[in-house]
Design a protein around this ligand. Structure first.
Ligand SMILES: *Cc1c(COP(=O)(O)O)cnc(C)c1O
Length: 427
């Protein structure tokens, strides 16, 4: 086996990492194993994981129930093509998703990543209007939004953080309303929705859909906004006859304290994107759900088919473990757990409010955010977190935690204390 040093040398020489340079500097820490809420590094350290591997590993790592689901499915088949074939893991998962998600969503399209689920949602919206004899190919999105890294998804991300300038020649040009101003729990007044409504009123005839992340804007700034805003968006979309795509890839499966963030506003989107926690943190999978109205329109009008079909569509292993993950979530008192994590985050991160350079500390469900005045220097802060015994990966001005739902109080307190300590120790 390679030593940690050899592994890092090889990594620095051959591998890209997310949003990183390939400048020959080792920027990654080698993980040997992961169990429960702990990552064990090849260099010996054990870290409490504050990231759930980007929202995914809601039950922690190496979970016996999820391991068993994959092992059992592996005995039958790892994969078969989904063109012309079907299987129990796919039908079981689709039934679960239709049952759990807002009522009007009845049809499921599986893809292999969140970005592709967004591409599929956008194509569905365009094909729906085509089926109704209208050419509507633009989208209205929100500033500070994040929807993925493929071209279609990128085009509806925040124009600045999404670096639209770099790709301006190839990105479709979309419309953007300002990021919602009223915070979570605050009412949405007329002046808060005015610009959104004006954009919708002017461009409705050309718009295939509005796309947004309900209640929590994730990678575009970790902002929590008013459920009242979301409610108004839904009714304005109805009023102006524009579809609503809810991207719940980050918020789905309990993270905000509701099973789906749309529930905070009591709304049902026309198209819903799921990913991340859907997988239980095991195998890459995402889903796009839609209404019978949309699926019927697409299916009963030329070209009569929906034009998408990933090679690994509805992969049986991924579907089996996703089903097991959902069952595990529902078999546990997940709401109480998230409530307890919210309290732990609130309590544990509160001392950050008194630190210089901290502009805001906010918590919603199992998401805790410390927003700073200035962007952190990753190369300095990352080793400090490791030394404090935690895995926390800030981006820009945001130091945030989204622990696995199984995290015990003591570990959570230690995780928060490490954040306070590291932020307090910055010069
Ligand atoms: C992560 C994320 C995506 C993209 O998912 P990938 O699986 O990384 O392609 C899309 N939308 C939201 C809201 C996300 O958080």
């Amino acid at each position: 086996m390679k030593s940690a040093a050899e592994l890092l040398a090889s990594d620095a020489r051959f591998l890209w990492h997310p949003y990183s340079a390939m400048d020959g500097q080792a920027a990654a820490f080698p993980v040997a194993s992961a169990r429960g809420v702990r990552l064990k590094l090849a260099t010996g350290e054990e870290l409490i994981d504050g990231m759930s591997s980007w929202w995914c590993a809601i039950h922690g790592y190496n979970h016996p129930v999820l391991n068993a689901a994959i092992e059992s499915q592996l005995q039958d088949m790892a994969h078969v093509m989904f063109g012309g074939l079907t299987h129990a893991p796919a039908t079981a998962l689709a039934e679960q998703l239709v049952k759990l998600t807002p009522p009007s969503l009845e049809k499921v399209f599986f893809t292999d990543s969140g970005s592709v689920a967004v591409e599929v949602a956008m194509k569905m919206a365009i094909q729906y209007w085509h089926a109704r004899g209208q050419s509507r190919q633009r989208f209205l999105s929100l500033c500070n939004g994040y929807h993925g890294d493929t071209f279609g998804a990128m085009s509806v991300c925040d124009p600045v953080t999404g670096m639209h300038g770099l790709f301006s020649g190839i990105l479709p040009s979309q419309l953007f309303a300002p990021a919602p101003q009223p915070g979570f729990g605050e009412p949405c007044r007329e002046e808060h929705i005015r610009q959104f409504r004006d954009l919708l009123a002017v461009h409705a005839h050309a718009l295939a859909a509005v796309i947004l992340e309900p209640v929590v804007q994730g990678a575009g700034g970790m902002r929590f906004y008013s459920a009242g805003y979301l409610k108004q968006v839904r009714s304005l979309c109805d009023e102006y006859d524009v579809l609503l795509i809810a991207d719940e890839i980050a918020t789905g499966f309990g993270r905000t304290g509701k099973l789906f963030a749309c529930e905070w506003a009591g709304i049902s989107p026309d198209i819903l994107c799921l990913g991340k926690a859907l997988t239980g943190g095991y195998l890459t999978l995402a889903a796009t759900l839609t209404t019978s109205t949309i699926s019927d329109a697409i299916s009963n009008n030329p070209p009569g088919v929906f034009m998408h079909g990933p090679t690994f569509m509805a992969n049986p292993l991924a579907c089996a473990v996703a089903s097991a993950s959902i069952a595990l979530l529902l078999d546990n008192p997940w709401q109480q757990r998230i409530e307890r994590i919210a309290q732990g985050l609130e309590q544990g991160l509160a001392p950050c409010r008194a630190l210089p350079g901290v502009t805001e500390v906010r918590v919603l469900g199992a998401i805790g955010v410390v927003e700073l005045e200035q962007a952190v220097e990753l190369s300095a802060i990352q080793p400090a977190f490791i030394q404090a015994g935690v895995w926390v990966r800030p981006f820009g001005k945001l130091v945030y935690l989204m622990p696995a739902f199984i995290m015990e109080e003591e570990d959570l307190a230690q995780l928060c204390a490490a954040v306070v300590k590291v932020l307090a120790g910055r010069t």
